[in-house]
Design a protein around this ligand. Structure first.
Ligand SMILES: Nc1nc2c(c(=O)[nH]1)N[C@@H](CN(C=O)c1ccc(C(=O)N[C@@H](CCC(=O)O)C(=O)O)cc1)CN2
Length: 292
């Protein structure tokens, strides 16, 4: 039976570290870190995630500066909100909650965020920094996966990894991070022929396909490590992209949904914010094992 990779527990441990990091530097910086989560519209799942982020901020001592714009907001109005946060000296991190309502293009809005306040690591400059192996904020979900793998002692060098999904939010940065850790990485997507033939070669399988329960035992090599990034609300509750009950008996380790990658996404957002707070104040941080 596989080891369950408990993201809630690791997230809780990292939160304790963040609390201490903030408390020890508060006098030197002169104000607490500030994170703005910008939500546009009323996507119900986004409401849950934004609430989780704000609660997590409160637990560690980060001030939430978020704004909620209505679904009919124009690109100009969202841009104005981003620019106001860029100029706000009490704001260290900005995140534009995705997805945006239909009709709003996320591309130019993400580009408008000050790259040094880009708590989500999705600005083109920061994606370029990841590509080149330079320091900078990293996308939270793949960074959370890397922290979960490290916690469970999963060696990556020389391993064969398959990432299912090629989104800018998860799949692409995940592949780059695994390559930087010396894994040999393949990226599968909706046009990949005979998906199972590829995924069965993986020592590490990361599934970020956005399709409920699409990966089953036929896709997994016995003994593989399986990370489920998916999260879906169904009539029978939350589920991931992986059929957990089928895969758990054959994997060596697996992340559950809920309680796996989701809480790590939130925690890495806090980490990026605290690191930006320290950098902006010219104060050293102690989170170097979590960020490049
Ligand atoms: N700007 C961004 N938008 C979105 C991101 C992102 O990283 N940046 N990722 C996803 C959603 N997401 C973060 O915003 C997210 C997903 C899941 C969780 C989480 O805590 N999941 C819990 C279950 C929570 C529940 O639904 O009850 C778990 O898996 O245990 C937090 C954040 C899309 N948008």
């Amino acid at each position: 039976m596989a080891t369950r990779m408990d993201g809630r527990q690791l997230a809780g441990e990292i939160e304790l570290r963040l609390q201490a990091t903030i408390a020890e530097r508060l006098a030197a910086v002169g104000r607490p870190p500030g994170l703005a989560v910008l939500r546009v519209g009323d996507d119900p799942a986004s409401g849950v995630y934004v609430a989780n982020k704000e609660k997590a901020c409160a637990r560690v001592g980060i001030t939430s500066l978020g704004a909620h714009l209505d679904a009919g907001s124009s690109a100009t109005e969202v841009l104005a909100a981003v620019q106001q946060l860029n100029a706000d000296t009490a704001c260290d991190g900005i995140l534009l909650q995705l997805p945006l309502p239909a009709g709003l293009d996320e591309g130019p809005l993400l580009l408008a965020i000050d790259p040094e306040k880009d708590a989500d690591g999705l600005h083109t400059l920061n994606l370029g920094r990841l590509l080149k192996g330079e320091p900078g904020p990293r996308s939270c979900t793949p960074a959370g996966v890397m922290a979960l793998l490290a916690r469970h002692g999963v060696a990556l060098s020389g391993q064969r990894a398959v990432v299912v999904g090629r989104s800018i939010l998860v799949g692409q940065p995940m592949a780059l991070m695994l390559q930087a850790a010396d894994a040999t990485v393949s990226v599968a997507h909706s046009r990949t022929p005979v998906l199972a033939a590829l995924t069965r070669q993986a020592d590490l399988l990361v599934v970020a396909a956005g399709r409920p329960r699409m990966i089953g035992s036929e896709h997994v090599k016995p003994g593989a490590v399986v990370i489920d990034v998916g999260i879906h609300r169904t009539e029978s509750g939350l589920c991931g992209d992986v059929r957990f009950e089928e895969v758990e008996p054959i994997a060596s380790a697996i992340s559950p949904v809920p309680g796996g990658v989701g809480p790590m996404t939130v925690t890495m957002l806090l980490v990026n914010t605290v690191v930006a707070w320290c950098r902006r104040a010219g104060v050293a941080h102690d989170l170097g094992d979590l960020v490049p």
